[in-house]
Design a protein around this ligand. Structure first.
Ligand code: 13P
Length: 256
């Protein structure tokens, strides 16, 4: 049984302590009793500390949206994974499509970051997903296979087991155009097959695969009910306490 995981990717939003607190205090009061869902907030770096201090004694965890693959040195503007760990981050998102498309991050760079995160015990969520043209050309699985082989290159069984994979079809991100539960499940199932072929059945069954792309309170549960979908990585709908809480509840409902 895999525990569902809900990630709130705030992207470049709610970056001042006031805006961040407004949301997190509301959200925290909604999550009164412990749920059996893992909840991770990924705020901008500027409020990581604020969020961490606010959720410290709760089940809510904190993560960063990115990191560099070196620990320290002359890398102006980059953020060290060690600094992140030191302020309470337990997770990090790697290879988000916005990093790949806007900031030219390659599978090779993401692979280096992934190995570093694992090395220092920062739990990675690694994103993969196709553009609309590729889907329309019937090349989705080819893209996923390539990203899988290159991004997870040389990862041991122990390492891949500590990794969460997020399938985020790029055409569904921020567009309001969610993948149908069937479309998402087809690719999640395929990713699990790749895990089985490259590692083993037990490993494939233990890795959590989240869906991301226009998840909203009204479509979350149908997605999370699919066999191979283990929760979601939420952008827009994670900025409001109430909608994020509804999405957590949807994940919780699939457990019953
Ligand atoms: P939206 O939920 O806004 O589509 O964003 C998804 C995403 O990119 C999560 O990482």
């Amino acid at each position: 049984m895999r525990k569902p995981v809900i990630g709130a990717n705030w992207k470049m939003n709610r970056g001042t302590p006031k805006e961040a607190l407004e949301m997190i205090q509301d959200f925290k009061s909604n999550i009164k009793k412990t749920t059996s869902v893992d909840i991770i907030i990924f705020p901008p770096y500027t409020v990581l500390n604020t969020i961490f201090n606010t959720v410290k004694k709760t089940q809510i965890k904190v993560g960063a949206q990115n990191m560099y693959f070196e620990e320290k040195g002359a890398f102006t503007g980059e953020i060290s994974p060690i600094f992140l760990k030191n302020i309470g981050c337990e997770y990090v998102i790697l290879g988000h499509s916005e990093r790949r498309d806007i900031f030219q991050e390659t599978d090779e760079i993401i692979n280096k970051k992934l190995k570093k995160a694992l090395f220092i015990s920062l739990n990675p969520i690694v994103c993969i997903g196709e553009h609309l043209e590729k889907r329309e050309a019937g090349k989705t699985k080819e893209i996923i296979l390539n990203q899988f082989m290159n991004t997870f290159k040389d990862l041991t069984k122990e390492e891949i087991r500590k990794t969460i994979i997020a399938y985020e079809p790029i055409w569904a991100i921020g567009t309001g155009k969610t993948a149908t539960p069937e479309q998402a499940e087809e690719i999640h199932h395929y990713i699990r097959e790749l895990l089985e072929n490259n590692y083993d059945r037990d490993t494939a069954q233990s890795v959590r695969i989240q869906y991301g792309g226009s998840i909203k309170p009204n479509n979350a549960e149908d997605l999370f009910r699919k066999e191979n979908i283990d929760g979601g990585l939420v952008g827009g709908a994670s900025l409001q306490a109430e909608s994020l809480f509804e999405i957590v509840k949807a994940a919780q409902a699939t457990l019953k």
